[in-house]
Design a protein around this ligand. Structure first.
Ligand code: CA
Length: 517
């Protein structure tokens, strides 16, 4: 009798679990993330250089955010902020030299605990092995554009490196689709991070787009010829100009990266004639002509990389439609930061200036987000973890420093939503020599303090009025006309540094080199 009862109760429990999981109404989350992809290269934001029909689909069927600011405009740190919902000085990953402490609290761990399946495919870039994921298949370090080695869990659960042949953007898309189609458990909600290396430096296009844009001229930004005279010394002491700092590898005048012989043949057929035509006239070109040529070569390669990302987004959106998943899946597109497509004469990121402070953010959530809506609130990558948790109905830990975007997505911005934002960049000495700086912006005015450069202390301040000077060409710090706003922002900046428990960061000497991974 007792045995029969226990068998019956087991059957009941199993049935109950099956019913619960089959009826689990919690939305799925597809987080699509790219590296160094700026708004200027998404047609939903700016149609002047490229058409990205698939990214635009997310915008047209969802919400486009015009003021998504990152807390620290560089690859690894941005990813650590997203994992934790905390600023760099709290999560411990301040520069690309750091190693992510995966033992700390992260949003995928909380989703997993709540019964979500979690997966990450593509660029991870946080050095330590991903934690909180049922499945991971990630690029080793930065990852090359062709034939990437990728790390996944082997049969014993330990990380193994596997080789792949092909174009990295397509491989990451294929693997994401494979996970969605064949590897996940169809009865449970999921969160998948579909993360590209592209369009990171050195902008190597896929075979399909090697000659795309050959016959067009990309418009130059207004500030391509910026002479940095209206700002403090930091702007002129950087090393990220199209004029002087792009290498022959960046410009595709030499090097094949990790391509194999077959891929090199295809590459040479496309770039060989273009390079030959350029090299014939290079010596006769003026410096201006040379900068213009470099700009075209650089921006076209960047846009070609974006095009493959957009194609992959389209394939995943199509699969969500075909499989009937679209209606209950939130699709998010973002990048780890913005980028300079020649603005101020630059490539790269790092600055608190607009192009790299902002990152694209597009969110589609059928039935919740109004199609084609545009939002101007100040939101941040600091808010992503909190947003994912609220979507999944999981309580947001009070130690997280951002705030869920769910009310905003539903068209109801809370009355006490943030009106200003704190930014902090640390990596100096470091690549491109951008001074350490922090600052505050309310979307109209921006106050920046540069405090260390090349191991020396700085005490340089800049203030911008974005309405009068949207390109941030002339700091008005110290100008009597702006005295009131300057003192207000100075007080608020100090208050925010306290609120976020910012450390003093007095050790401005170069840190020791990280051990080999
Ligand atoms: Ca990046």
């Amino acid at each position: 009798m007792t045995q029969r009862i226990s068998v019956l109760s087991i059957v009941l429990i199993v049935l109950c679990q099956l019913t619960l999981s089959a009826a689990d109404p919690r939305p799925n989350i597809v987080f699509i993330f790219s590296d160094d992809h700026c708004e200027q290269a998404i047609s939903a934001y700016d149609p002047s250089r490229i058409t990205t029909p698939n990214l635009d689909r997310i915008a047209n069927e969802g919400m486009r955010f015009n003021r998504c600011y990152v807390t620290n405009s560089i690859c690894g740190p941005s990813r650590a902020v997203i994992q934790t919902g905390k600023y760099s000085h709290i999560n411990g990953f301040k520069t690309n030299r750091d190693r992510f402490d995966g033992d700390q609290l992260t949003f995928p761990k909380l989703l997993q605990k709540a019964g979500y399946q979690t997966a990450i495919v593509g660029k991870w870039h946080l050095v330590s092995t991903p934690q909180g994921y049922d499945y991971y298949d990630v690029l080793k370090g930065q990852g090359p554009y062709y034939n990437p080695p990728m790390i996944t869990a082997g049969e014993d659960g330990k990380p193994v490196t596997r080789k792949h042949t092909g174009y990295t953007t397509d491989i990451i898309t294929n693997k994401t689709l494979d996970w969605l189609k064949n590897r996940r458990d169809g009865d449970r909600p999921f969160m998948v991070m579909f993360q590209h290396k592209a369009p990171h430096r050195n902008w190597m296009p896929g075979p399909k787009y090697l000659n795309w844009l050959d016959d067009v001229t990309i418009p130059e930004p207004e500030t391509l010829w910026d002479d940095y005279s209206g700002r403090t010394q930091a702007a002129s002491r950087q090393q990220m100009t199209i004029r002087a700092h792009l290498t022959d590898r960046d410009l595709k005048l030499q090097g094949y990266g990790t391509m194999n012989a077959e891929q090199i043949k295809v590459w040479d057929a496309a770039y060989g004639p273009k390079n030959e035509a350029f090299l014939k006239v290079r010596d006769q070109m003026s410096e201006t002509e040379l900068v213009k040529w470099k700009y075209q070569r650089y921006v076209k390669d960047y846009l070609r990389c974006v095009k493959s990302v957009d194609d992959g987004v389209g394939r995943v959106l199509d699969y969500l439609d075909e499989s009937g998943l679209s209606d209950n899946t939130v699709v998010i597109y973002a990048s780890d930061q913005g980028w300079y497509l020649g603005e101020h004469g630059w490539y790269d990121k790092r600055w608190m200036y607009e192009e790299s402070l902002k990152t694209p953010l597009l969110v589609r959530w059928p039935g919740k987000v109004k199609a084609g809506s545009v939002n101007e609130d100040i939101v941040s990558n600091l808010d992503f973890a909190e947003t994912f948790l609220e979507i999944a109905g999981v309580e947001i830990p009070s130690e997280m420093q951002g705030r869920s975007l769910v009310p905003i997505l539903k068209g109801q911005t809370p009355s006490d939503w943030r009106q200003q934002f704190y930014y902090h960049y640390y990596e100096n000495p470091g690549a491109h020599n951008v001074a350490r700086h922090y600052g505050i912006t309310n979307g109209r005015y921006k106050l920046i303090h540069f405090y260390a450069l090349e191991g020396q202390k700085l005490d340089d301040w800049e203030l911008f009025d974005l309405e009068a000077d949207p390109n941030e060409l002339k700091s008005v710090y110290g100008s009597p006309q702006y005295a009131t706003i300057q003192s207000k922002l100075t007080v608020e900046l100090a208050r925010m540094r306290e609120q976020y428990r910012v450390d003093t960061d007095t050790n401005i000497k170069p840190p020791p080199k990280r051990n080999a991974r």
